[in-house]
Every structure is written in structure tokens, then in C-alpha cells.
Design a protein around this ligand. Structure first.
Ligand code: ATR
Length: 273
């Protein structure tokens, strides 16, 4: 039986085994998918041991996405663009690094949420690894503009500059955002599910009519960003559960050559939706 796993620290609460096991059942793939906890200083040793024991592929989560990228002998173009890896596939004698996060988000936005990105104005909050991971696939959808705003402004300027050849992306200060409206606002900061939103940094009225607020993290209750967005008349909100499932589906395609349906898995993980 082909073995796959999600490697991380911590990893106990990951939904990836549930997702991939459901995909495997639905597509008739003979494979197992488990949790692979690694010590903070033991990513490489754990991944190599897994391969030596016959492991065929890994999903990589916090905090190992950069280490996974660095150690891989072969990389996809989208992993290179993101400079991070969330999916590893064992090829003969080495790991191949891919990144399905950005394409997973795009599929959730366009396919599941029916969001037109072409010609739209998009605001990305944050300029760290998560923001970098989504910019290439986002700009490929031909938005009218992508604006980055970040607590540390030079970091946003640097990120925008490194993607300038991919499309219309610019860094702005919060003052420059005044009066601008966006069709899609994506939270790519690490504020997560318990942090406080930076009220003074984010614009007071960012949403265009029909605007969508999208949080890359997911939770069973509205995240701080989504609560903030609802108070600022975002007409639609979504957390990152759809992205999690779609990035998993893209990993599954890479490993097994079969595309699983994602809507039954979304319904399984969020039955009230
Ligand atoms: P990740 O890989 O999750 O993106 P990261 O690379 O450390 O993690 O980036 C975290 C992002 O969240 C950064 O944009 C960070 O802003 P800074 O560049 O100014 O550090 C942003 N962030 C984290 N906590 C924040 C907070 N309390 N308010 C505003 N932005 C925050």
C-alpha cells in the first residue's frame, strides 16, 4: 500500500488525513495517509526516514515549508515562485517539491465561490510567506490591481517588486488606501484565530459592493479578520477551509494522477454550510 502523510509541528489536529482518506475512498486509490509529527530540529531526518520506509509523498505544514523547499533536489515552477513547499513527492531517489497552496486558493475563489478575479481589485493583507505563496497564481488570473499592505511597509514593497513582472501589484501604506475599494480582500497575515486585528493599519471601508473577505486560515467560528470584515460591510465572507481542501486535491492529483471531487469533503468537514 502506498504511504502518504502530513509532516508538521504540531500536526495532531490536522484535517489532512480525513481529507485524503476521503479522496482515496472516493477514487478507489489503494493508499494510506497518516500524521507524521517531526521535532522542530528534525524535519530532514523525519522526511528521509519516511522515504526509506517506503513513503511516497508528504504534505508539509507549519513550520517546515521553507525547509522542505530548501532540501528538495527538484522543484516545480510554482514552488520556486512561492519559495516554499507544501507538497513533496518521492521520485526514484529524491524529493520533488511542489506548492499547491496558491492554486488551491484560486480554485476555491473561482470554482467554489464563483469569484471573478479578472479585472477586479484585490487587497492582500500581509507580506510574509503566505502572501508570497498566493501572489503568482493570483496575478495569473489577470486582476486589475493587487495591493499589498503590511505592518512592516518595506517588506510589502520588496514583495511587490519581486512580482512586478507578473502583473499589476503595488505596496501601499494604510494612508494611501483611504477611499479605495476592493472586490476581494485576503487576509494573509499570521493573526490567525486568536490574534487581534490591527485596526489602525487596515482601511476603515475597504469593500466594494458585493465584496468578498477571504481568510487563509480556517476555524469553526468566524475568525477575527472575518468578524472585522463583517463589521465593515463585506457582503460575503469565507475562511480557508475550501483552500485547505483544494490544495489537498491538487496534491492528490500530483501523487495519484486522479482529480478527486472536493464538494463532498467540504460538506463532510462543514456539515452546517
Ligand atoms: P506566514 O508564513 O504565516 O506568512 P510570516 O512570513 O512570519 O508568516 O508573515 C506573517 C505576516 O503577518 C507578516 O506580513 C506580518 O507582518 P510583518 O511583516 O510586519 O511582521 C503579519 N502579521 C503578523 N502579526 C501581525 C499583527 N499583529 N498585525 C499586523 N500584521 C501582522
Amino acid at each position: 500500500m502506498d504511504r502518504y502523510a502530513v509532516i508538521g509541528h504540531p500536526v495532531a489536529h490536522s484535517k489532512s488525513p480525513l481529507i485524503h482518506q476521503a479522496f482515496a475512498r472516493a477514487t478507489g486509490q489503494h493508499m494510506s495517509y497518516e500524521l507524521l509529527p517531526a521535532p522542530l530540529d528534525g524535519f530532514l531526518a523525519t522526511a528521509q526516514r519516511f522515504a526509506a520506509e517506503g513513503g511516497r509523498g508528504l504534505n508539509v505544514t507549519v513550520p517546515f515549508k521553507l525547509e522542505a523547499y530548501a532540501m528538495a533536489k527538484e522543484r516545480s515552477a510554482r514552488a520556486e515562485e512561492a519559495q516554499a513547499c507544501n507538497t513533496l513527492a518521492w521520485r526514484d531517489d529524491h524529493w520533488y517539491a511542489d506548492n499547491t497552496d496558491g492554486v488551491g486558493l484560486m480554485r476555491d475563489l473561482t470554482h467554489n465561490l464563483h469569484e471573478t478575479l479578472a479585472g477586479r481589485d484585490v487587497l492582500v493583507l500581509g507580506a510574509g510567506g503566505a502572501a508570497r505563496g498566493i501572489l503568482g497564481p493570483l496575478l495569473a488570473k489577470m486582476p486589475r490591481s493587487v495591493v499589498l499592505v503590511n505592518r512592516t511597509e518595506p517588506r510589502a514593497a520588496e514583495l511587490a517588486a519581486s512580482f512586478a513582472e507578473h502583473g499589476p501589484v503595488a505596496a501601499m501604506s494604510s494612508a494611501q488606501l483611504n477611499g479605495r475599494r476592493f472586490h476581494v480582500v485576503i487576509n494573509a497575515t499570521s493573526i490567525g484565530i486568536n490574534g487581534d486585528v490591527p485596526e489602525n493599519l487596515w482601511p476603515e471601508h475597504p469593500f466594494a459592493v458585493g465584496g468578498l473577505a477571504y481568510d487563509l486560515v480556517y476555524a469553526d467560528v468566524p475568525t477575527p479578520f472575518l468578524r472585522w470584515a463583517s463589521q465593515r460591510s463585506a457582503e460575503r465572507t469565507a475562511d480557508g477551509l475550501g483552500m485547505l481542501i483544494e490544495q489537498a486535491a491538487e496534491s492528490f492529483v500530483l501523487w495519484r494522477g486522479v482529480r478527486p471531487e472536493t464538494s463532498p469533503v467540504f460538506a463532510m468537514l462543514r456539515p452546517q454550510a
